[in-house]
Design a protein around this ligand. Structure first.
Ligand SMILES: Nc1ncnc2c1ncn2[C@@H]1O[C@H](COP(=O)(O)OP(=O)(O)OP(=O)(O)O)[C@@H](O)[C@H]1O
Ligand SMILES: O=P(O)(O)OC[C@H]1O[C@H](OP(=O)(O)OP(=O)(O)O)[C@H](O)[C@@H]1O
Ligand SMILES: O=C(O)c1cccnc1
Length: 468
């Protein structure tokens, strides 16, 4: 579960609105909300959806504890409303795309349907869980993409994370494509691989670098990765690592790697590679760290830096460059009728009604574009650009997949939710179907997300009705 007392893990206004609905006798009205975001983070071309399992498990077991009830009593909430909350459990329905799915702006990634009170009450929790994990999974995916599938990417972020966010940053990083983490707590909790190297303090704690390396190798002969930049990377660090490598070999072991943590990583990695190869250690891996991100790694790749392992911390877990995903949760139907939110900005007008997402495919199976349609629709011949409807795409003859599936039915878990490892596998497979033009870092191609003719008409009719 995400947090111990999820019921009060919310904004105060959710509770005042919930009480207001209750006291006005509106709380049993049926309502639907959609979760979607408007802009890809990092100026990128996609988002990796993450956080679903934790959200669903938390909603599924959500109730007000006696302490939370006491707090609300002291805050002056109404007695009958409090009685209602004491019995509260989520009884609605939730549809979602799969965790690890590649998603795009304006798609209803999650739809929550139920009574107005319960669907309102979970807003903040839902946004808190999904926005953060999807942001970090996306950053992680970009970092892994820059490094390429042949390298190993490790999460070193816990020390620089915004407090406890480091716990879920690691979960999201693994979904996004990281191979392991230094974060022991999250590795246990989410059953992913923990590991690491050594800090400068280890090297400094001994009288000399060679003794530091040797002592480590004695304790961990099968898994020695030596940090070579404490004093003089090429003058002493790499030569001492080679010495220890030879000693290990005499004992029947192989040095696993060295780590560079400062300076020009391209220059140092090339020099170190040559020194290791010349000394008979072509299989010793070179790890690098120090304020890495997808752009630095891409640059190192174009410089042909022979780096096998990247340790990435700060810029991963803080979502550097794009510190939040702008995901929102908007009412799409009330009392069985579609509704929308009007905005001066036409792009911000929401899409009414209970919707589905069809992902249309190219003949080679890669993703062509996504259509949003009303739940009652089945076959689409075309989709329209949501704000410039004259722009149409012909969908005839294309295969498609439906992306939303039901995860909670009448308050009960409806499916088995996959493990982090399984989600990461799913993400990898889906990401391979996204064409390269959507993955590049500069001016990525905009993925098509269109709306059906009927959805467009429903929206436009409502707009006409609601306009003052
Ligand atoms: N060859 C390279 N090409 C592009 N970026 C690099 C290269 N080498 C290192 N960087 C990145 O440049 C940034 C700053 O590197 P710099 O060498 O100034 O680090 P530093 O922390 O000042 O090093 P030191 O620990 O020696 O003070 C870091 O984000 C690092 O990952
Ligand atoms: O740069 P990041 O992407 O956040 O990666 C994590 C950093 O944390 C460690 O350094 P730290 O300065 O904490 O300790 P050190 O003295 O061992 O380098 C590690 O050596 C990395 O440089
Ligand atoms: O294991 C490592 O090398 C490590 C772990 C956390 C932060 N920096 C490095």
């Amino acid at each position: 579960m995400y947090i111990d007392r999820p019921a009060s893990y919310t904004d105060y206004y959710e509770l005042t609105m919930a009480q207001g609905y209750y006291l006005s006798g509106m709380h049993e009205r049926r309502a639907s909300f959609d979760y979607f975001f408007r802009k890809n983070p990092f100026d990128g071309g996609y988002v990796i959806f993450a956080g679903l399992k934790e959200l669903i498990e938390t909603i599924n077991s959500m109730s007000f504890s006696p302490e939370e009830i006491d707090y609300l009593v002291n805050e002056g909430f109404d007695k009958e409303f409090i009685n209602y909350l004491e019995e509260f459990e989520f009884t609605g329905n939730i549809w979602s795309v799969k965790e690890g799915e590649i998603v795009f702006p304006n798609e209803p990634i999650v739809t929550v349907e139920g009574n107005l009170l319960e669907t309102q009450l979970i807003e903040t929790l839902l946004l808190n869980v999904l926005n953060f994990q999807s942001l970090i999974a996306t950053k992680a995916c970009r970092i892994k993409f820059a490094a390429g599938d042949n390298s190993t990417i490790l999460d070193f972020g816990l020390r620089r994370a915004q407090g406890l966010a480091g716990i879920h940053a690691t979960r999201a990083a693994m979904i996004g494509g990281f191979d392991g983490t230094s974060n022991v707590y999250s590795a246990q909790r989410f059953k992913v691989q923990a590991g690491g190297t050594m800090a400068h303090s280890w090297v400094q704690s001994f009288n000399d670098e060679l003794t530091a390396f040797r002592t480590y190798a004695e304790h961990y002969p099968k898994n020695t990765i030596l940090l070579v930049d404490t004093y003089d990377t090429l003058g002493s660090g790499v030569p001492n690592a080679i010495k220890v490598g030879k000693e290990l070999r005499e004992e029947g072991y192989e040095l696993q790697g060295i780590r560079l943590d400062s300076g020009d990583l391209a220059y140092f990695s090339k020099q170190a590679r040559t020194m290791l190869d010349d000394a008979g250690f072509p299989d010793v891996k070179i790890a690098a760290s120090n304020q890495l991100d997808e752009r630095v790694i891409a640059s190192l790749r174009t410089q042909n830096a022979p780096i096998d392992v990247f340790g990435v911390g700060t810029r991963l877990v803080t979502g550097d460059n794009s510190p939040a995903l702008d995901g929102v949760y908007k009412l799409s139907s009330i009392g069985g009728d579609p509704t929308l939110k009007i905005s001066e900005n036409i792009e911000k007008i929401t899409l009414p009604g209970h919707k589905k997402i069809y992902r249309y495919l190219n003949p080679d199976g890669s993703f062509y574009g996504d259509a949003l349609l009303l739940d009652s629709e089945t076959i689409l011949e075309r989709m329209h650009h949501p704000t410039f409807p004259a722009q149409k795409s012909n969908l005839n003859g294309r295969n498609y997949e439906e992306l939303l599936f039901q995860v909670i039915k009448d308050g009960k878990l409806h499916v088995d939710l996959p493990s982090v490892k399984e989600i990461a596998e799913y993400k990898k497979e889906r990401f391979s179907k996204l064409n390269p033009e959507f993955k590049r870092f500069d001016n990525p191609h905009i993925y098509k997300v269109g709306i059906s003719t009927r959805l467009m008409e429903t929206r436009d009719n409502l707009l006409n009705l609601l306009k003052p």
